[in-house]
Ligand binder design. Structure first.
Ligand code: EPZ
Length: 429
């Protein structure tokens, strides 16, 4: 199993190209199930989760063809992938596939809407929490689906098609908003989703669905209106830049000091997180080609944050921010409100010398002047990269084990960081 070896202490200087967003690419790929024509996606990142979803879609009969730049053609590995769901060969998504990646549960929306039925395994819990699917079930039932839970599967039918309705989410959910938008796109009549998620990935999906012939308005606001159509057609659409990767590297620069251009990054996708970084002492300058992040010799200021649905501070940057705060001057309070068990990085950061105590859903981080390198264990995707950020500023050598977590969501991380002067390498065992 690979590990990442880091020797801390170098400042970062240079350019880091920002990849397409994993969490935008996944629902866009799933949207290909809604039409028998080809959906072409540009700027698709090369990540383990994308490869896994290609396998899952393949199980339903989706063909794909990759073109774009080849390895070695410059810094970006962004790919263009053509997806064609001309023939859906099965509407069942088995446990073996769904259990590997929660987002694959989302195929339930397009399969049900286009084929009138779907049988999708319950995804189960995962390292960051129980992650139920009640909102998907309630929402699809509102659109007229019959739903049963049978042997660990959600079995759903709408033989005469889905029918538009009004559904108010009792809690904001990114995944359930994606799924209900996709399902309602092919329902009869109008659907109004209230208290919908407002994440940029929702807007990216709505734009793609509209390019495919859907009639969706209000995406990016709490009320999304979908006027159902009888069929969708092929389209070409680009994945937005990854705001979580952007925030992660911005925090890495804030941690080590230096001057880095995050090429292709968009400041409007992560305003709140950038404000927090400015409060912590980073200089952030949006430019025509991306976002420039600088921090000079001054120390990092302690800042309190609470994770919230967009436009609040994202839960997917909570671990990285905690990594940064381990070296802040003073105490910061980091409160996690989205997932109940997203503090597994605390113990690993402590191995590097961080001082963190937990009080319920709040971590109190007391900044220390020096972190010291150590072997640490990645526990989930974002937790892993918080260890990389801490390792970049720790004295001596840090080894991050279980790197497969990182590979799910960070494209060529060691290459991007080492181009900017960090000592980071992948070691195969
Ligand atoms: C998406 O997950 C992201 N995943 C997550 O990123 C991200 O952390 C999360 O949104 C929140 O921003 C993808 O986009 C692939 P939710 P999702 O439904 O859609 C509860 C990463 O690191 N809930 O918005 O699964 C749920 O348990 C990943 O890239 C219900 O109670 O998240 C959570 O507490 C991790 N019932 C809250 O809502 C439901 O039916 C928000 O979850 C559905 C969700």
């Amino acid at each position: 199993m690979d590990r990442i070896r880091i020797v801390g202490g170098n400042v970062l200087h240079g350019t880091i190209p920002i990849s397409g967003a994993k969490n935008a690419a996944l629902p866009l790929m799933i949207a290909s199930l809604l039409t028998d024509e080809t959906l072409t996606l540009d700027n698709v990142p090369h990540l383990a989760d994308v490869e896994q979803l290609i396998r899952i879609l393949g199980n339903h009969g989706v063909d794909y063809m990759v073109n774009g730049r080849r390895e070695g053609d410059g810094q970006s590995y962004a790919r263009t992938i053509h997806f064609s769901a001309k023939n859906i060969v099965t509407t069942t998504a088995p446990y073996e596939l769904v259990s590997k990646m929660r987002a694959s549960f989302w195929v339930i929306g397009p399969l049900l809407a286009r084929m009138g039925e779907a049988k999708v395994s319950l995804p189960g819990g995962c390292a960051i929490g129980t992650r139920p699917v009640d909102l998907f079930i309630e929402g699809l039932a509102k659109l007229g689906a019959e739903i049963d839970i049978d042997n660990g599967y959600v079995v759903t039918r709408a033989r005469k098609g889905l029918v538009g309705n009004r559904f108010a989410f009792p809690k904001v959910s990114v995944g359930a908003t994606h799924v209900l938008m996709m399902a309602a796109a092919l329902a009869k009549g109008e659907t109004v989703l209230e208290n919908a998620a407002r994440e940029p990935e929702i807007v990216n999906l709505a734009d793609c669905l509209n390019a495919m012939g859907a009639r969706i308005s209000g995406a990016g606001t709490p009320t999304v209106t979908i006027e159902g159509v009888t069929a969708l057609h092929g389209a070409r659409h680009a994945v937005i830049p990854d705001r979580i990767e952007t925030g992660t590297y911005a925090m890495a620069v804030a941690m080590t000091g230096g001057d880095v251009l995050l090429e292709g990054a968009r400041a409007d996708l992560l305003e709140n997180a950038l404000d927090v970084l400015v409060q912590a002492g980073a200089e952030i300058t949006p430019t025509n080609s991306g976002i420039r992040v600088r921090r000079n010799g001054a120390g990092i200021a302690a800042v309190d944050v609470t994770t919230e649905p967009f436009p609040g501070f994202p839960t997917d940057l909570q671990a990285q921010f905690m990594g940064l705060m381990t070296k802040a001057k003073g105490k910061s309070r980091i409160t996690e409100t989205i997932f109940e068990n997203r503090f597994m990085h605390v113990q690993e950061l402590a191995r590097l010398g961080a001082k963190i105590s937990l009080a319920g859903q709040t971590a109190i981080v007391e900044g220390v002047p020096v972190l010291k390198g150590a072997p640490v264990m990645a526990t989930d995707l974002r937790a892993s990269v918080s260890l990389v950020i801490a390792g970049l500023a720790a004295e001596g050598e840090t080894t991050v084990h279980r790197v497969y977590h990182l590979d799910r969501g960070f494209e060529r991380l060691e290459e991007k960081l080492s181009h900017c002067g960090a000592v980071v390498e992948r070691v195969s065992e």
